[in-house]
Design a protein around this ligand. Structure first.
Ligand SMILES: *[C@@H]1O[C@H](CO)[C@@H](O)[C@H](O)[C@H]1NC(C)=O
Ligand SMILES: *[C@@H]1O[C@H](CO)[C@@H](O)[C@H](O)[C@H]1NC(C)=O
Ligand SMILES: *[C@@H]1O[C@H](CO)[C@@H](O)[C@H](O)[C@H]1NC(C)=O
Length: 225
């Protein structure tokens, strides 16, 4: 069920007083849907004018969707309405075709994507030891996700967040926490908190303990920081 090439010819030469090939009133736009809202419907818009009025077909990833026996997807005018959204089956590139006896036009490509944030894989994190006065990086280990993320770190107990200052920095690229010139007051448990700005979902890592190292013998090794 590939797009028939012959239907995609320009419709201009077929226009006459009585018959007009379709022209767009509304083409579909990209959709970025939070996975939590998966019970809701998504609407891909498509509207064209023509004489006689157009009919519509939709393709997903270049393959026509046959809506005749489809329980989840239906047409409303030219709009494609998808219910019971599925993170795997509905993702892809959609295109609308409007056609009548005088011609056919193909819309822009609209991407449908899902935003999500998986949980951290549950495992205990080994303690990180650092000498007083040195620097250390605590890795967040962001879980699989789609959509913009923001990061924060909880120190010991919620809701005490690490306050960024001239010694402490949270990378909003990686989620990692950088602590310079470690002080005894930095000792404790650090939990990475990841928030997805599209889904508003939030997940917590298991804690990493930061401990002070006192062993003088391995100073050369830890000086590598
Ligand atoms: C769509 O599916 C129905 C039922 O399987 C079939 O009869 C019909 O020919 C199909 N339509 C197209 C355009 O392939
Ligand atoms: C459509 O194509 C994209 C990119 O190749 C792929 O990730 C997605 O799974 C495809 N969608 C379907 C429904 O096959
Ligand atoms: C850090 O966590 C460990 C293990 O859960 C606990 O024994 C310890 O008391 C915690 N330290 C602080 C400062 O909360």
């Amino acid at each position: 069920l590939r797009l028939p090439e012959t239907l995609l010819l320009s419709t201009d030469c077929l226009d006459s007083g009585l018959y007009h090939g379709p022209r767009w009133r509304m083409e579909p736009g990209d959709l970025f849907i939070p996975v939590d809202s998966i019970e809701e419907e998504a609407t891909l818009t498509c509207d064209a004018k023509s004489t006689p009025p157009p009919q519509y077909r939709w393709s997903l990833n270049g393959t026509f969707i046959n809506l005749s026996l489809d329980r989840r997807r239906r047409l409303s005018g030219g709009n494609l309405i998808i219910s019971s959204l599925d993170r795997y089956r509905d993702v892809g590139v959609y295109q609308c075709m409007a056609y009548n006896t005088a011609g056919a036009i193909l819309s822009r490509r609209a991407h449908l994507k899902f935003a999500y944030l998986d949980h951290f894989k549950v495992h205990t994190r080994s303690a990180v030891s650092v000498r007083e006065g040195q620097g250390v990086v605590l890795l967040c280990g962001t879980p699989t996700s789609s959509g913009d993320l923001t990061y924060a770190w909880v120190f010991n107990e919620y809701p005490y967040f690490v306050q960024q200052d001239n010694r402490r920095f949270v990378s909003q690229q990686t989620g990692n926490l950088y602590i310079a010139k470690v002080e005894p007051s930095d000792v404790g448990n650090y939990t990475c908190v990841v928030m997805n700005s599209v889904t508003k979902g939030k997940v917590h890592s298991s804690p990493t303990s930061l401990i002070l190292r006192t062993d003088v013998l391995i100073q050369a090794q830890s000086d590598a920081y």
